[in-house]
Design a protein around this ligand. Structure first.
Ligand SMILES: Nc1ncnc2c1ncn2[C@@H]1O[C@H](COP(=O)(O)OP(=O)(O)OP(=O)(O)O)[C@@H](O)[C@H]1O
Ligand SMILES: [Mg+2]
Length: 487
């Protein structure tokens, strides 16, 4: 891709970007939220058309105006929000759109199952191709997308933040598959905010910043601090965890919480405390947060706030007593993509900015402006629809919602997923600021470093049970990890 430029109303998403792929390489594409990574790849996959620039494939100029053009050239994209048809089988999904190529247009379903089986075993995945997509885990769905790309005889596979929704095991499996694909001369573009991942699989890397090309080099030539400097344009010093604690009052008490996914969970959280929830995907972290928030019912158990028993039977009730949840899957649970940034951010706190049904719009806009600055949300203004923001910037807006609302208890489920390295630190310091002001926070995460640097106390879950608490978590890293794996 040569000198590629693309503008959206009010935003220069890409300016004269050069991007080259060598056959058979894993090329990492990185940069802060809103840098232009997804846009560049959407141009390659025909979702967006470029304003300027040229694209050459194997030395020949090519025109890509639609996704079909891109597919015909052998370019496949695996989107973060996977695109399988839930009601169809995995095999049907793999060949959906591809069977048209077959001679005479006749579909041989029996062959399709056999062929799907062959593709899965090629990828080292053992699964029945007749399984319905809705039954498959995130990891398996992704493998199905990869199988689909191979079935379509692609040469280039674009993976836009493929690891965000995967468990650690699934990520390792994905890396194995990527290595396998590389051996077979597939070319892979890998987008991620997790720098360790890049070093694990990347051959070369290209960094974008503010829509501009910054550098392309071999992964091995760039140490982590160099990468961070290229991404952010500055050096980031690790902030020390200055979170002085005095004697604390208990705020939340959870007693014997039990439902299908969690078993007899009891713990308490003090005012101004940051408690981490650690465990593997499926250990019940998300389910515990949802139960506290009233999003999932409990069979037995009791919840107290400030020593008083409360019955939180819906998220609405949770918000009324001062709770806020940043859910794991913002696309489906947290955000309304058609509403503006402002509307999304102020959804739960509208009442405190209105008087006699008059909304104080000026004040809201001022508060939002501060948030946009603080979290470095990349947008031309607060009335832009959320849909127009990059993935990570959408996540920042959902987080800002609860920072604005002066919640007394914040429940964060993987809050920094898809968030760039600069904004992560900003979110941690806001969390600390909030907790110093008395807000209690429970944060579920699968990133151990995040957990150790931010949390005062860590609860480790395994198979729906709370196994152990650690009050000086940074001293017990390996123990915490061991318990999460084997209970
Ligand atoms: N459809 C659109 N309409 C308007 N603006 C858009 C649209 N798509 C992207 N943008 C803007 O283009 C810029 C680049 O966005 P892009 O999605 O490419 O970022 P990204 O590097 O993928 O970020 P992230 O890491 O958050 O996914 C952002 O400022 C974004 O708001
Ligand atoms: Mg993106």
């Amino acid at each position: 891709m040569k000198q590629v430029s693309k503008s959206f109303p009010g935003v220069k998403a890409l300016q004269n970007v050069n991007f080259t792929l060598k056959k058979g390489e894993v090329h990492c594409l990185i940069g802060a939220n809103g840098a232009g990574k997804s846009t560049l790849m959407k141009i390659l996959s025909g979702v967006y058309t470029k304003d300027e620039g040229d694209i050459n494939l194997e030395g020949q100029p090519v025109t890509i105006k639609t996704p079909l053009d891109s597919m015909a050239l052998g370019i496949s994209t695996i989107y973060q929000e996977l695109s399988l048809v839930e009601e169809l089988s995995l095999a049907e999904n793999i060949f959906l759109g591809n069977y048209l190529k077959r001679k005479g247009g006749i579909i041989k379903w029996r062959q399709i199952n056999d062929e799907a089986k062959r593709l899965f075993s090629l990828l080292g995945v053992s699964v029945s191709p007749t399984m319905q997509a809705s039954q498959a885990s995130m990891g398996l769905k992704q493998m199905t997308e990869i199988a689909k790309a191979i079935a379509a005889e692609c040469k280039i596979i674009i993976m836009d933040e493929p690891s965000t929704a995967l468990s650690n095991d699934e990520v390792l499996k994905l890396f194995d598959v990527i290595k396998l694909l590389k051996e077979q001369e597939y070319t892979i573009v890998y987008i991620s905010h997790k720098l360790e991942e890049l070093y694990a699989i990347g051959d070369r890397v290209t960094v974008l910043r503010n829509g501009k090309w910054v550098i392309t080099d071999e992964m091995k030539n760039l140490a982590q601090p160099d990468l961070i400097r290229h991404i952010t344009g500055r050096t980031i010093e690790k902030k020390a965890n200055i979170h002085t604690e005095t004697k604390r009052e208990e705020f939340l008490k959870v007693k014997g919480f039990t439902n299908q996914k969690i078993k007899n969970v009891s713990f308490s959280v003090s005012k101004g405390e940051i408690v981490g929830l650690y465990g593997l995907v499926g250990s019940g972290r998300t389910e515990l947060l949802r139960a506290i928030y009233g999003a999932d019912p409990i069979q037995t158990g009791e919840l107290q706030i400030d020593g008083k028993k409360k019955s939180i039977t819906s998220p609405q009730k949770a918000v009324e007593v001062g709770m806020g949840l940043v859910p794991e899957n913002r696309k489906t649970e947290g955000a309304n993509l058609d509403l503006s940034i402002l509307e999304n951010a102020f959804l739960p706190s509208l009442h405190s900015f209105s008087k006699n049904s008059f909304v104080n719009l000026r004040k809201m806009k001022q508060v939002m402006k501060d948030m946009i600055e603080k979290l470095n949300i990349k947008t031309s203004g607060s009335d832009v629809p959320l849909r127009n923001l990059s993935g990570g910037n959408q996540q920042k807006v959902i987080i800002s919602r609860w920072l604005i609302n002066n919640s007394r208890l914040l429940l964060f489920d993987e809050p920094t997923q898809g968030i760039d390295i600069g904004a992560k630190d900003e979110i941690y310091s806001i969390m600390k600021e909030l907790s110093n002001g008395g807000t209690s926070i429970i944060m579920a995460t699968s990133e151990i470093e995040e957990l150790l640097s931010v949390c005062d106390r860590v609860l480790v879950m395994f198979e729906g049970k709370l196994i152990k608490e650690f009050s000086q978590p940074s001293h017990y890293k390996s123990e915490i990890m061991n318990i999460a794996v084997s209970g």
